[in-house]
Design a protein around this ligand. Structure first.
Ligand SMILES: [Zn+2]
Length: 173
């Protein structure tokens, strides 16, 4: 059986700024009001014969939304972002979080931004595609701590109404 959570109606939303380095129109810092739809399929089980407790799914998904909300999303593993004082091959992403200011270049543009204004993500892009994978992986990891009856966790990250990317994380064959 499948459960569905509608992001707009369940308040799984966040408003963030991002940049797609190298892209003609999205290569400038701009924002979206995102919302996140979740679909989970699995066998019903437990005392209540649930697939999964809605409340728990919403709690975990909301926590991810809250972490990204009102921040500039920076994809640390983007090839075009060149950080000063940070070696993406060897340094931990936590080193960036602990700094006061992030300095980086994208082509001929240089940026210096307070780290508290940013979320540094271990991703090559902050596209809807990559964000949906990030949500599905993170949510699956959390749910797997309490559930072993789930077939997949699928997350659609919508960049406003009308366009989104959906990724399905399979949890068993
Ligand atoms: Zn965008």
């Amino acid at each position: 059986m499948k459960i569905l959570i509608n992001g707009i109606q369940s308040n799984l939303r966040f408003s963030s700024a991002h940049i797609i380095p190298g892209h003609d129109s999205c290569g400038f810092i701009h924002g979206h009001s995102y919302f996140v739809d979740v679909e989970i399929e699995g066998e019903r089980s437990g005392d209540f014969d649930f697939v999964v407790d809605f409340k728990e799914v919403k709690k975990y998904a909301k926590a991810i939304c809250d972490e990204l909300d009102h921040r500039l999303l920076i994809p640390v593993y983007n090839n075009l972002i060149d950080f000063k004082d940070f070696d993406k091959e060897h340094d931990s992403i936590f080193n960036l979080k602990d700094k006061k200011t992030a300095y980086f270049r994208i082509d001929d543009k240089s940026y210096s931004i307070p780290c508290v204004d940013c979320v540094f993500l271990p991703l090559p892009h902050t596209s809807a595609e990559e964000l949906s994978m990030f949500f599905a992986e993170t949510l699956s990891r959390k749910l797997s701590e309490n559930y072993d009856n789930l077939d997949y966790v699928s997350v659609c990250v919508n960049e406003g109404i009308g366009q989104g990317a959906q990724f399905k994380k399979h949890l068993r064959d």
